[in-house]
Design a protein around this ligand. Structure first.
Ligand code: AMP
Ligand code: ZN
Length: 464
């Protein structure tokens, strides 16, 4: 497999540290609000990368964190605490906020056929791990205590700016212009590992530490959780491009200071989804969520299809028109597949040919649009029996996860009756503007394996 590595700024052949096994870490969501579909573009790309590696024969051990503490509105050490803002907005504790939005995140991800990583860990569950790491970094001279906070001294590591390719002088100008300089830092670029003196006096999440009661900075959680579950040598670390600086830059500095050697070989970043006014953000009022797509009658998988038609390293601009055409193409494709004759008649002629081409598309820096083109090529190929086409498309869908082959499942009359009653109840709830109840009914059916599909002509369902 060849993949673009942000560290070397080149497409490189991928070789894991241990043959056949990929240790992969992906930064998880900050659970202070719903994920917007931009965030989810990043998780779709990571899902395809994981499944693509599996298709190529690797075992993938993937770890993701849930950021429930330490992330400020600026990715550096200033701004407000995102979780505290949410707690004030919704008049709930930060723990309630974290639990609610973590669940919502995984529900949205499931609707996009994004698989949950094998290990998912909350940042707030690993405080001892961070404390041990920070203490070692203090002992080894990489970190220092100043005015109650513990900072990482970025001048103690070589090549701090290697990943971002940034110029320290330019950065410092930006920093000085936008934020009040923290005079307790040795160097303006130093970052916080542990806060004890903080402007957030009403902080709910705080723990005892050798430096006083406080809480960890955002960056240390990913180094801590990754090291704990994936060890000292990581193969792939992913995230959206905004994570390159400062978050991933700081992760490298800490992890390499702590382990005493190079840590992660491949850094893979996904470009952003923009809306027509620019970068998508959660602070812009109504933002685009999977639920909003559903309310407007779209199948969330049309959005996955929309994302997969562009390369993960290209910016993608969202518009309703673009989603409409993706949904049309996606529905047509599924309908074509539905018409294929399912009578078993598999010929191995050309199976290898198409599977090799699919592997090439994965290996070509995760070329998802070529993977989709191959589905169309298979459908068009007159030399293949319908059953062979189904076999290949089903095989490709292990990676694409577009639900291309709808299973023909049996449905009992009781189940059908229950679904119809629920759809009626939901219609009534919507009519009464009780959208929370309507959503609960939809989620309840989803848990039972029934996916509601709203369209302009009413609500239908599909078994998942
Ligand atoms: P957050 O929940 O803010 O920590 O972000 C979760 C993930 O979404 C991170 O990997 C970000 O890099 C990514 N992300 C943020 N904004 C966008 C966007 N507009 N398009 C794609 N990915 C994004
Ligand atoms: Zn991270």
């Amino acid at each position: 497999m060849n993949i673009y590595n942000t560290l070397t700024k080149k497409i490189e052949k991928f070789t894991p540290n241990e043959e056949g096994l990929v240790r992969m870490y992906t930064c998880g969501p900050t659970v202070y609000h719903y994920a917007h579909i931009g965030n989810l573009r990043t998780y779709i790309f990571e899902d395809i990368l994981e499944k693509g590696l599996e298709y190529l024969g690797y075992n993938v051990l993937r770890v993701m964190n849930i950021t429930d503490v330490g992330h400020l509105t600026s990715d550096a050490d200033d701004g407000d605490d995102k979780m505290l803002l949410a707690s004030a907005r919704e008049k709930k504790t930060v723990y309630e906020i974290a639990e609610h939005y973590t669940n919502e995140f995984f529900k949205d991800a499931a609707k996009l056929n994004v698989r949950k990583p094998s290990i998912v860990e909350k940042a707030s569950d690993h405080i001892d791990t961070y404390i041990n790491m920070i203490q070692k970094m203090i002992d080894d001279g990489y970190a220092y205590l100043s005015n109650g906070n513990v900072y990482f001294d970025i001048t103690r590591v070589n090549d701090y700016y290697l990943l971002s390719g940034k110029n320290p002088d330019d950065l410092m100008i930006g920093v000085r212009e936008t934020v009040e300089e923290d005079t307790h830092k040795r160097n303006p670029g130093d970052f916080v590992l542990w806060f004890t003196t903080s402007k957030f006096e009403n902080q709910d999440m705080k723990w005892d530490s050798p430096w006083g009661i406080g809480y960890p900075g955002w960056h240390i959680e990913c180094s801590g959780i990754s090291g704990k579950y994936l060890g000292e040598y990581l193969d792939i670390h992913c995230g959206g491009i905004d994570n390159i600086f400062p978050h991933h830059t700081n992760e490298i500095a800490q992890s390499e200071a702590y382990f005493g050697h190079k840590w992660c070989n491949y850094w893979v970043h996904g470009e952003h989804l923009n809306d027509q006014s620019g970068k998508m953000s959660k602070s812009k009022g109504e933002f685009l969520t999977v639920s909003l797509l559903e309310e407007k009658g779209y199948n969330p998988l049309s959005y996955r299809y929309f994302c997969l038609n562009s390369h993960y390293r290209n910016q993608l601009t969202f518009s309703w028109e673009a989603l409409d055409s993706a949904e049309n193409a996606y529905n047509k494709l599924r309908n074509k597949i539905k018409l294929l004759d399912r009578t078993p008649n598999l010929s191995d002629k050309k199976l290898d040919y198409y599977q090799d081409k699919f592997k090439d598309a994965i290996g070509n820096d995760l070329n998802t649009s070529s993977m989709i083109t191959l589905v169309y090529d298979v459908l068009k190929d007159d030399e293949l029996s319908d059953f062979t086409k189904l076999y290949l498309i089903d095989d490709f869908d292990k990676v694409l996860s577009l639900g291309l082959i709808a299973e023909e499942k049996e449905i009992s009359s009781e189940l059908e009756e229950m679904i119809m009653v629920k759809i009626e109840e939901r219609n009534l709830a919507k009519k009464n503007k009780d959208f929370a109840l309507a959503d609960n009914i939809r989620d309840e059916l989803f848990q039972k394996g029934v996916k509601l599909i709203d369209s302009r002509d009413g609500t239908t369902y599909e078994l998942i």
